[in-house]
Design a protein. Structure first.
Lengths: 333, 333
């Protein structure tokens, strides 16, 4: 119980891909041994920009859980829970909206960028604008003090801490502990097309459950050095997605360095290089896919894991909600 | 069970006054015999513009309940419940924020007017901007189809119906029934100073629990006809607060008409007139005050009523929340 509490999670908008693995799942496998880790299936947050695709959000919940288990998230060590079944998160979200102004939410850099990316400039769904308060609710409800986030999400953690300070100020004592963002050193995994972000919607992702043929097709289509026309020519490693993936997924760093040197001096063709990456990704994803196939045969088991985790999370978050209500001096029944 | 469901309530920001009685409590005494009536102690809504006065909001909860019971609200007929102890209301509030845009909330005439009245133009608390969605959540969670509101609150009901239509459209079937505003024929009771609104903060209110001396002092200070300088002069009835109160609280309409005629033709002095109103208000408020004093002796009884009502409301609202989640197709655990 003295381990620090860490909260992570995923919006349930589709199965997870290699970008999720490199950016967060890999770290969660470590944290589950060193921290008290909660992973939130953020289906209600997903609704803030998917209110027209509720079916996708619903169906992705168990997909994401199977991906977790397939890569080695251990439900004995990590609590996996569903946001829409944790009412205390909604209660705290609504409460925290009183501690932040509309203008502050509109100036939140992450929100601004995401509004732009979604084409919401003309009409922002109120739920979308308010989601920083909901995120603060999630984090504090679990009493998490560590939150792994991408660089672009750091302003969300700042906003959470602002809300925490205001809550503490109104309470008159340190009711909530401030939160620390953990930003992974490895940057975000690019899409196979070289775009800065791997995403299902951009069609540049390799799902953790991808078939061998899908993996090979994606590697074949992968962006390399567009000026590397002949095998014997020197090639560029920087910005070459194949090397980024080798860095991320090959366990033999020495071989990766040797391949880079060879590519730079010329004589290493893209086809040969991609074949190597294909082999590495096939080896990495085969057991993941196999475990996932087995899990797909047993939906009751998956559901039990989610039910148990959500029950555990429910106790904790309702306890925190009561402590916050009491600490602020709301009416006690 | 076939009675239509009516939802009313009060923000818990202080004890109730004659304005509440004339504007809503009086009608609730009728509705509790003809409708299935829920009365919501809106403490979380009160926080949207009282986050710095949580103590006042908390302490007003039982005050308001005692006022209800003192005027004759019967907990056997009317369910009295506390908003902050009904998590389904928060869950639906957050959900509904996805069905309304920030711009639409900002254009809501009631919100605009209230933002102005509170001096929030420079910095609107997000919770305040969002409260129309919370109100839609309250109404629909109780499956209320009738909502008594003042004229100024009619746009809130329109906003609720807009949200209901969008929810139904996404659900693909009529999940929620549209709502009807009941606007009382009698306008709002003015303050004793003649201001359009009686309110504790303006210091122009007569509390339901006012002492005899407080009642007399308020009547003495009451705004009449400023041009009615001598007893024998004709006086004006329109805009004369004493007559507005006589209309609202005297049970003998014929005597009120006679007093008006006398005042109009001259010969009825303000002192005499006010003495008559004082007598009427004393007679009306004496039993209310007595019952309230008795209730104050038994806080456990008050608390039990709130606990029972909230428990009943909790079952109903959580049932509705589940039906809405299921109807929209959220993840079922």
């Amino acid at each position: 119980m003295s381990h620090p509490i860490i909260l992570t999670g995923d919006r349930t908008t589709g199965p997870l891909h290699l970008g999720h693995y490199a950016g967060s799942l890999r770290n969660r496998l470590k944290y589950q041994d060193t921290h008290r880790q909660f992973v939130l299936l953020a289906d209600t947050q997903a609704l803030t920009d998917n209110i027209g695709s509720i079916g996708k959000v619903r169906e992705s919940v168990l997909d994401v859980v199977m991906d977790y288990l397939a890569v080695g998230i251990d439900p004995q060590k990590t609590t996996i829970c569903v946001q829409s079944h944790l009412p205390a998160l909604a209660e705290l979200s609504l409460l925290y909206l009183n501690f932040v102004s509309v203008g502050r939410l509109q100036r939140n850099p992450t929100v601004k960028e995401e509004v732009r990316a979604r084409g919401f400039e003309k009409s922002i769904p109120a739920g979308f604008l308010c989601y920083p308060a909901a995120q603060a609710a999630d984090i504090t409800a679990f009493r998490a003090t560590l939150v792994p986030v991408g660089e672009d999400q750091v302003p969300m953690i700042e906003q959470t801490n602002e809300i925490i300070r205001r809550v503490n100020s109104v309470a008159g004592h340190p009711l909530l502990e401030e939160v620390e963002a953990i930003v992974p050193k490895a940057g975000r995994l690019p899409g196979v097309d070289g775009a800065s972000k791997m995403s299902k919607s951009a069609g540049n992702a390799i799902r953790l459950s991808a078939s061998p043929a899908e993996i090979s097709a994606a590697v074949t289509a992968m962006y390399t050095d567009p000026n590397h026309l002949r095998v014997q020519d020197p090639g560029q490693v920087e910005g070459n997605v194949v090397f980024t993936y080798l860095d991320a997924f090959h366990t033999d760093a020495e071989e990766v360095e040797a391949l880079k040197a060879h590519y730079r001096r010329g004589g290493l063709g893209d086809v040969t290089l991609k074949k190597r990456l294909d082999g590495i990704l096939q080896t990495f994803l085969e057991p993941v896919r196999d475990r996932r196939s087995q899990l797909e045969q047993d939906p009751d088991y998956i559901r039990d894991i989610v039910r148990d985790g959500t029950q555990k999370a429910r106790s904790l978050t309702e306890q925190t909600r009561s402590e916050i209500y009491d600490g602020l001096g709301l009416f006690r029944l």
